[in-house]
Design a protein around this ligand. Structure first.
Ligand code: LLP
Length: 437
């Protein structure tokens, strides 16, 4: 997929760059992003809205993968940015991302984070709870600033992959209850404040969703309430943000729809509601993370030790694992992979790929068909672009990998590999061992 192919040397090539060359130059584990594929995904979301003649904002959910270069790429493609913490906001500002196109999320934003957002002039804050409304009131009263907000609701629709469940009473740590009177209280409180401008409503129903029915149902539920708010508060949202969550293909078992299809279904559902109510079409905002970067990312590892458990299994260990990709250990997430240096050889010997962390659960892939693996082969694991590097950690004091962008035959290092020195940079010695210089 994307710009991946096998070159004349039998090596996996991405973005016109030989991955074996990349492994040599930057070392492994290595995250590689196919920039052309990210651009294509970004454009197709925007075009889908344009085709339907709807005013929209597509905000990249930066939790999927954030770095300065990534934010600059998102800006080049004209998308907005969803950040959920002071750290993501700091990175966005450092990248030069236009603050007016940044949305701040989070279920427990601190006063300092809210102040930071106001100081930088972010475009919108997605308000999650009553505590936050009070913090915002305090902050804006002191500074005299005005801030646009969306109120996040839990619509009682929760979706995971193929299934969605609807619950009357929404049990989630995020947002105001849509059906239990909480959101009306929140609307009243916000409409009452002269510094907080209520732009609209937000909801997000889950992640890695394949079916469109959950999105349609969430939109319908939100509009059912908007109908009431129109007469109750004369409040009609200018913006309805339906979150992210569009599924991608990790393995042959996954059958996602093209991202644009979700957009079409969402827009159709909203149009139906709006026509019925005789109100103007609001702006539709979405926040895809995984579907923008997931399949654009590939991780390279070098194989090392092997272990045969007679009649049961062959283990092949690589030089990374749950420290750079915790998803298999955390969610039993499945991935496909090939030997990047021998990509043309028959992949028909099942082996299980072990990480190098001291934990039995640190297995990346079970029973993966590969050619007969030797040590120092390069394994390429596909679709690691979302929630891979961003959830990487230093368990066992393993340094985080480097990240490289490839496009049009060129590679660019965008995140340096952590060094051992980086690992101890915040460590302080025991007082008694401090040597007075
Ligand atoms: N908007 C909100 C409010 C969200 O909470 C999320 C994801 C997104 C947008 C983006 O969702 P996406 O399009 O990426 O599915 N660590 C998990 C995924 C957690 C998703 C959290 N929220 C994983 O590795 O699968």
């Amino acid at each position: 997929h994307g710009t991946s192919k096998i070159n004349e040397k039998g090596h996996l090539e991405i973005g016109g760059v030989d991955t074996i060359q990349l492994a040599k130059e930057y070392g492994t584990p290595l995250y590689i992003y196919d920039v052309a594929l990210i651009r294509e995904r970004a454009r197709s979301f925007k075009e889908a809205f344009e085709k339907m003649g709807v005013k929209a904002q597509v905000a990249y959910a930066s939790k999927a993968f954030s770095s300065i270069a990534m934010f600059q790429l998102i800006d080049e493609e004209g998308l907005s940015l969803d950040v959920v913490s002071g750290g993501e906001l700091y990175t966005a500002v450092a990248s030069g991302f236009p603050a007016s196109k940044i949305h701040l999320h989070g279920n427990n934003k601190s006063k300092a984070e809210l102040k930071m957002a106001l100081d930088h002039g972010v475009g919108c804050i997605v308000v999650d709870n009553f505590f936050e409304i009070e913090l915002l009131k305090d902050l804006t009263k002191t500074s005299g600033q005005k801030i646009s907000v969306l109120l996040r609701v839990t619509p009682g629709v929760e979706a995971h992959t193929h299934d969605y469940i609807t619950t009357g009473q929404e049990d989630s740590k995020f947002g105001f209850g849509l059906l239990n009177g909480q959101i009306e209280k929140a609307i009243e409180t916000v409409l009452d404040s002269s510094h907080i401008q209520l732009l609209g409503i937000h909801c997000h129903i889950g992640s890695q969703i394949f079916d469109t029915a959950g999105f349609v149902l969430a939109a319908e539920r939100v509009f059912m309430k908007i109908k009431e708010w129109k007469s109750q508060f004369s409040f009609i949202p200018e913006v309805v943000n339906l979150g992210g969550g569009f599924g991608i293909r990790y393995t042959a078992e996954d059958e996602p729809l093209p991202a644009t299809y979700y957009v079409e279904k969402i827009v159709e559902a909203v149009k139906n509601q709006v026509n019925e109510m005789g109100i103007a079409m609001p702006e539709i905002w979405i926040e895809p993370g995984r579907s923008l970067v997931g399949d654009a990312g590939t991780t390279l590892y070098t194989t090392g030790s092997t272990k045969n458990v007679p009649n049961i299994r062959e283990y092949v260990a690589v030089d990374g694992g749950m420290s750079d990709n915790i998803r298999p250990a955390l969610y039993q997430a499945k991935y496909e992979a090939v030997l990047a240096n021998r990509a043309l050889e028959k992949h028909d010997v099942p082996v299980s790929i072990a990480g190098k962390c001291c934990e039995s659960g640190d297995m990346l892939i079970w029973d993966l068909p590969l050619p007969e693996v030797k040590s120092n082969d390069i394994l390429a694991v596909f679709c690691t672009g979302a929630y891979g590097y961003s959830m990487a950690n230093n368990y066992n004091r393993i340094p985080r990998p480097a990240v490289v962008f490839v496009e049009n035959g060129e590679a660019q290092l965008v995140v340096k590999r952590e060094s051992f020195e980086d690992l101890i940079v915040n460590d302080l010695p025991l007082q008694s061992k401090v040597i007075n210089k």
